[in-house]
Design a protein around this ligand. Structure first.
Ligand code: ADP
Length: 626
């Protein structure tokens, strides 16, 4: 039982610890947690031109948001607008002062904050009658507009510094060709003041750049002028609260209209206008000003004496530029001051379609590598083809030697005949010349015979040399019938020696023009004829014939070589073109392999079959060229 009680007590203790931890966590996470039960702090925010009047409206919005976020007390923010600043000829301020006084009589605000120069001036003028004891923060006020002498111990200033020279120098840096700066500015009392200030400040730039002052023109007239500004002019958006015609321009509509018609870039040092119409440059930072203003306000609300809260004038922040405007006016990024920020950069095609582009690039890369792989393969194949042709022609050459070897006897016989005849004729002529009156006519005939026999002998040698020539595979247009006739002349004697009738049929006037190497094609026919002669055995007593026929079948030239030999055994038909297949005791079995390779290298085909009445038939088909 006791143990139980202890357990429960322990349980409660751990819950309590948890709660305390949670509270601590929430305090740590939310430093601006409202002080529970604290009285709300009454804040009076006084605007200069209007609650939506740029650029002050943006400062005021930011200050309010910052204050609401950071204040440890509940807030009761009252906002009032000093409309008199809008008028070119301001009327009496009395009624407005009276209105405020009656509003806050007996219940003065805990802090009064003025935004902008006119509001600061107003509040300084009337502080004694309105809020003699309330602490004041004069914010967003250019240092030149502060009445320093009129400040009390209860006042704090958050000043800004409008450094026109810095802004103009920046224009000249980013656009070095600038010859003129046109200042767009309104005609309210404040704007007139500033126009004079700018003129004074810009003096050091005289000679380097000229100025156009639009202070005394109605905005509509300014719009007409800015559409035809001379080259190398830039516009500087000073302020356009109230123009010379008394028209009030509160938001950024006026600037949009200026941007729409201007033929020159627009610069400005107010961040409130940045983001659409102006190029940018060094500008006052709204968050920075809000931060410093609220820092001061919180210190004062926390009990610090306003006189002790000192804030240095706020200068321009790091320059910022609108990328779209840089593009539009051709401003080089290299001309921008170091450390500048470029905003609104439009994503390039790569950023916008990153995945699509990456996949396309990948596909292209894969395709490119495939193509290069295929090209490489093609090149290798080509080289292999060249190599194999080379080998083929070497092999063919060896094969020709072998074939010609078989012809040695007949060649010797062929050569002997004309040489013998020449010798006989020469001896006859010698004898005739020994006589007293040689028959000149007969001598002439003998000499003609010698010449003819000599030509016959040299023809035999020419053919022999041509067939044994070791030449690379060379392709040219040839007449197939001529090529076949050449071989016929070569083997005619061999056939005759073996008692075989060799015939050649070529359809008359049938030119079979093919593309090829004549020596190699001769070799094909020679091999096939020699094989055909081999197939007719000596014992064969029937018809002993080898016939060669050429013809045309469509786009193909056909050479048919048939014999009356033993034919090819049916089982051997499929292997006779294989290397080393032979049925001859001394055969090498390479002849038909070489024949098929040569025919295929010429884009043709070769087939073998047996004829119905005995003997083999080889058919070669080669493409005809026109
Ligand atoms: P080889 O003449 O050295 O034997 P080939 O490749 O020229 O080599 O011929 C291979 C074989 O094909 C021959 O051994 C033969 O059996 C057969 N052959 C070739 N031509 C004929 C033909 N006209 N008639 C019958 N058989 C043939």
């Amino acid at each position: 039982m006791i143990g139980h009680v202890v357990m429960i007590a322990r349980g409660w203790r751990s819950w309590g610890l948890c709660l305390a931890f949670c509270c601590l966590l929430s305090v740590a996470t939310f430093p601006a947690t409202l002080a529970i039960g604290a009285e709300p702090k009454r804040v009076l925010l006084l605007h200069s031109f209007g609650r939506d009047f740029l650029p002050w409206s943006e400062y005021a919005r930011s200050i309010k948001a910052n204050l609401e976020q950071r204040s440890p007390w509940p807030l009761d923010i009252h906002e009032h607008t000093l409309l008199t600043a809008r008028f070119t000829a301001p009327g009496p301020e009395g009624p407005f002062v009276e209105y405020l006084r009656s509003l806050y009589q007996g219940r003065p605000p805990d802090i009064v904050m003025s935004v902008g120069g006119p509001a600061a001036g107003f509040i300084q003028r009337h502080r004694r009658e309105l809020f003699p004891k309330a602490p004041m923060v004069l914010t967003t006020v250019e240092e030149r507009l502060i009445d320093r002498a009129g400040l009390t111990d209860n006042d704090t200033v958050v000043p800004v510094r409008n450094d026109f020279i810095v802004a103009f120098r920046n224009v000249l840096q980013v656009l070095p060709d600038t010859r003129a700066i046109a200042l767009v500015i309104g005609a309210s009392a404040l704007e007139k003041f500033w126009l004079e200030e700018v003129k004074k400040d810009a003096r050091p730039l005289e000679g380097r750049v000229s100025f156009i002052w639009y202070g005394d023109l109605p905005f509509e007239d300014i719009l007409k002028q800015v559409s035809r500004l001379p080259e190398h002019t830039v516009l500087f958006w000073g302020l356009m609260s109230v123009d010379a015609a008394g028209v009030v321009h509160d938001g950024n509509v006026a600037l949009h209209r200026l941007h729409a018609v201007a033929n020159a870039p627009i610069f400005c040092f107010e961040e409130a206008f940045f983001g659409r119409d102006i190029v940018g440059g060094p500008m006052h930072s709204i968050p920075e000003l809000a931060q410093k203003t609220v820092d001061a306000a919180l210190r004062i609300l926390g009990g610090e004496k306003p006189a002790n809260v000192k804030v240095e004038p706020i200068e321009y922040a790091t320059p910022k530029y609108d990328w779209r405007e840089l593009q539009r006016w051709g401003i080089e990024e290299s001309n921008l001051p170091q450390g500048s920020e470029i905003l609104f950069r439009e994503p390039g095609i790569w950023e916008r379609y990153r995945w699509q582009m990456a996949s396309i690039a990948a596909v292209i890369l894969i395709q490119a590598s495939l193509i290069s792989g295929l090209l490489h393969e093609r090149r290798r194949r080509r080289m292999a083809e060249v190599e194999s042709r080379q080998r083929l022609s070497e092999l063919a050459h060896v094969n020709r030697y072998a074939a010609v070897g078989e012809l040695t006897t007949s060649i010797a016989h062929e050569l002997n005949q004309p040489l013998g005849a020449i010798l006989t004729n020469a001896e006859t002529a010698e004898l005739m010349l020994k006589g007293t009156s040689p028959d000149l006519q007969e001598l002439r005939e003998i000499l003609a015979d010698i010449r003819r026999d000599d030509q016959r002998a040299s023809e035999v040698i020419r053919r022999l040399r041509s067939v044994l020539k070791r030449t690379p595979f060379e392709v040219r247009s040839i007449d197939l019938n001529e090529t076949v006739s050449e071989v016929m002349g070569f083997v005619a004697d061999v056939a005759a020696g073996r008692d075989v009738a060799l015939s050649f049929y070529a359809p008359p006037a049938n030119v079979l023009c093919v593309k090829g190497d004549p020596i190699q094609l001769q070799q094909v026919i020679l091999n096939l004829i020699l094989n055909a002669l081999d197939a007719i055995s000596e014992a064969e007593s029937g018809k002993r014939e080898v016939s060669v026929m050429t013809s045309r079948a469509g786009h193909l030239a056909e050479i048919r070589i048939s014999d009356t030999g033993v034919g090819i055994a049916v089982d051997d038909l499929k292997s006779i073109f294989e290397p080393f297949f032979t049925t001859k005791p001394l055969g090498m079995g390479m002849g038909l392999t070489i024949v098929r390779s040569i025919v295929e290298a010429h884009g043709g085909t070769i087939s073998a079959e047996n004829q119905p009445f005995g003997g083999a038939l080889f058919t070669i088909r080669l493409p005809i060229v026109h």
